[in-house]
Design a protein around this ligand. Structure first.
Ligand SMILES: [Zn+2]
Length: 162
């Protein structure tokens, strides 16, 4: 599952609406806790910050996104400053549902959270989260929980609630 702080979620939605009809993309910053399953599907991600990246795909920025290595380094630094990690990637699907496309699946890596925001006509419609199932090698949706709690990470509490 993924827990995302409401302010972070809201900020990403605004970026997605502003960037429409191009795909917007960026890194998700927070904490990752491995679960017990080999598939990785019971891993827990807590997202408290994000970094907007430039979509450097110039051919089809409406249906593809690409992030430069320079932006990856910047995100890593931004996370390190907060003693956090880069735990995932978000991108928008302009005028498409928040499903994991075959391309999304091809580029997915293990132990990473993927958030897909569906934006129709510059208006947010839906958010879905995916983890790469390491047994089937397919992106599978996982639960998204929004929280308004303080920025402090309450991983232990969330695990206890499970
Ligand atoms: Zn996609």
């Amino acid at each position: 599952m993924v827990v995302i702080h409401s302010i972070t979620n809201r900020s990403i939605i605004i970026k997605g609406e502003e960037g429409h009809p191009h795909e917007v993309c960026g890194y998700l910053i927070g904490k990752h806790k491995k679960g017990r399953k080999n598939s990785g599907m019971d891993d827990i991600f807590i997202i408290t910050d994000f970094m907007v990246c430039e979509n450097i795909n110039s051919d089809r920025p409406d249906i593809r996104f690409e992030i430069s290595p320079k932006d990856h380094m910047a995100a890593t630094k931004q996370a390190e400053k907060q003693k956090l990690d880069v735990v995932g990637v978000y991108h928008s699907h302009p005028n498409h549902k928040a499903y994991a496309s075959p391309t999304d699946n091809d580029y997915a890596v293990e132990r990473t959270i993927y958030l897909i925001y569906s934006i129709f006509d510059s208006k947010f419609k839906d958010l879905k989260a995916y983890i790469l199932n390491q047994v089937t090698n397919k992106l599978e949706s996982t639960k998204v929980s929004r929280t308004v709690k303080s920025r402090r990470l309450k991983l232990k509490k969330i695990q206890a609630e499970k």
